[in-house]
Design a protein around this ligand. Structure first.
Ligand SMILES: Cc1ncc(COP(=O)(O)O)c(C=O)c1O
Length: 289
């Protein structure tokens, strides 16, 4: 079952008009929330980011926070599987094709839940390969826009190289990767670029940052030069679906000793424990539409 404009229905029956501005202009924003054992992870943080993306793009938010939560729970409960990736997007709606915003268009809301696919154990233990590219996307990467052609083109570079991610540099500095944030480790210190218009403020980035702080792992949020990335002892990518994943080769060169490092092992463990804690709490705050 998927959700479209107020109704749960089978995906085959979910149809949108060709003049939807999401289809015509990529004029919309989205979110992806991981759900473990039917408990959404960091739901309020994802909803805050959605609200921010809508405000920044001046798309009317069609639902209150309580309504969003309610729809998500209905969708989660309608699936036969426990661990889910709940994708939702809001577009500016259906209107005659014209770049300027239409007046009176109703935002289109679409949501679906797919089985959550996190990295298999072997990849976690052995680490993954990445390649690099110049970050040639627009200057509002902080908005979670559905206009993802820049990210798709960059992701394809690593797909064609048989790698899991494309790590991006702009003006000699690390930004993020095509669909994840990036952390480097040098002499035990975790480094990651600060939030800015050049990166998506990742929910997993926040969790990793908080876990580092709470557990006394030194972390610096500062500009990271390309040469520091290439000379790092460890590299990680983070996202809601990849969680924390070690990168052990970059452009064919070994990262550190070519195996996931000790700081990664610690952070991976902390992340899994934190997930378990959230699941055990299992709380869904009172919801009503
Ligand atoms: C470009 C980009 N950066 C970072 C992330 C990680 O964000 P999150 O941790 O909220 O999944 C994503 C996730 O899809 C992304 O597309």
């Amino acid at each position: 079952m998927v959700f479209l404009n107020g109704r749960l229905l089978p995906i085959e029956e979910a149809k949108i008009p060709v003049l939807d501005r999401g289809f015509i202009f990529g004029d919309g924003v989205y979110e992806l929330v991981p759900v473990y054992s039917r408990v959404p992870f960091r739901l309020d943080e994802h909803l805050s980011r959605l609200e921010r993306s809508l405000a920044e793009t001046k798309i009317r938010n069609p639902h209150t926070r309580a309504q969003w939560r309610d729809i998500i729970y209905r969708l989660v409960d309608a699936q036969p599987f426990e661990d889910q990736g709940v994708y939702f997007q809001v577009t500016r709606g259906v209107a005659k094709r014209d770049h300027a915003f239409p007046t009176g268009a109703e935002p289109t809301v679409f949501m679906m839940a797919n089985p959550l696919v996190t990295p298999p154990r072997e990849l976690v233990e052995k680490g993954a390969a990445a390649v690099s590219a110049q970050d040639n996307r627009w200057l509002r990467c902080d908005i979670k826009s559905i206009s993802l052609i820049g990210n798709c083109l960059l992701r394809q570079v690593s797909a064609e190289a048989g790698a899991v991610e494309t790590i991006l540099f702009r003006d000699g500095r690390l930004t993020e990767a095509s669909a994840s944030n990036v952390f480097a480790v040098k002499r035990g210190v975790i480094l990651t670029p600060p939030k800015s218009n050049l990166i998506l403020p990742g929910i997993t980035y926040d969790v990793v940052t908080e876990l580092a702080q709470a557990n006394g792992l030194p972390l610096e949020s500062r500009d990271v030069d390309e040469h520091e990335v290439r000379a790092a002892d460890e590299l990680w990518v983070t996202s809601s679906s990849k969680e924390v994943l070690a990168i052990v080769s970059l452009d064919g060169a070994r990262v550190g000793d070519g195996r996931p490092g000790p700081v990664f092992a610690r952070m991976y463990q902390l992340y899994q424990e934190f997930k378990q804690k959230v699941m055990r709490a299992g709380k869904r705050e009172a919801v009503s539409a």
